[in-house]
Design a protein around this ligand. Structure first.
Ligand code: MD3
Ligand code: FE
Length: 206
């Protein structure tokens, strides 16, 4: 990963690569596309299988979206809120994800799901692993927009000590199943997204 240790791109842990200032040039395309998706598939506070509403509001685009009910979490082709297929993944999203993956050393990434997480001030995501996808050889690309946040990246057991880092973009390989979370978002005002943080995660789910 030394190749990527430039000011704009940095290996953080094995198979975790941070790409700085990567979204800025495409923000003009990404933000309107995001607004259009949210019109078709509204953000909602998903109920966890344990019966709690998540502090993060979520929706999806692409062939598959992430859903939860009493039986657990899974990917599904239809939005349970609208009964319709999820909105298509915009070309600008797909291009961003594929380019980020390839810069981080993961060639031929073909995401079929994009999870959209919107954090209001105080919202957080507890330590978890992403393991509802079929093929763990595929990386995940995470794009952070709006207010800043601090990621927690742990090890492979929930109790492993967690690092605290700003914005990270691509992880796969040996780091694919690390526990991770997001610390509570602090108050602020972002020029484009106001009082929110939005994170897009691109996955090959099916
Ligand atoms: C894993 N979303 O939706 S990924 C999720 O900010 C989720 O909303 C985060 O976790 C969010 O499942 C973005 C955070 C992340 C960052 C670095 C990692 C996960 C990582 C490094 C290794 C493994
Ligand atoms: Fe996750």
């Amino acid at each position: 990963m030394d190749l990527f240790d430039t000011p704009k791109s940095q290996g953080i842990l094995k198979d975790v690569v941070l790409l700085r200032s990567f979204v800025a040039p495409t923000e003009n395309e990404v933000l309107p596309a995001l607004a259009a998706i949210i019109q078709l598939a509204p953000l909602r506070h998903i109920m966890t299988p344990g019966g709690f509403a998540m502090s993060v509001a979520t929706t999806s685009c692409g062939d598959l979206g992430w859903v939860s009910d009493k039986t657990g979490y899974r990917y599904a082709a239809f939005d349970p809120l609208t009964g319709k297929a999820w909105p298509q993944m915009p070309a600008s999203f797909k291009q961003l994800a594929k380019q980020a993956a390839s810069m981080a050393g993961f060639a031929n990434f073909e995401p079929d799901a994009c999870l959209i997480n919107r954090y209001q001030v105080g919202a957080r995501m507890g330590l978890h692993q992403d393991k509802d996808e079929r093929d763990f050889n595929q990386p995940i690309v995470s794009v952070s927009l709006g207010l800043p946040a601090v990621f927690q990246i742990g090890g492979f057991a929930r109790s492993d000590k967690a690092l605290k880092l700003p914005l990270v973009l691509v992880w796969g390989g040996e780091s694919r199943l690390r526990f991770h979370g997001v610390l509570p978002v602090k108050a602020g005002n972002h020029p484009a997204l106001g009082e929110y943080r939005v994170n897009l995660t691109f996955r090959k789910a099916g």
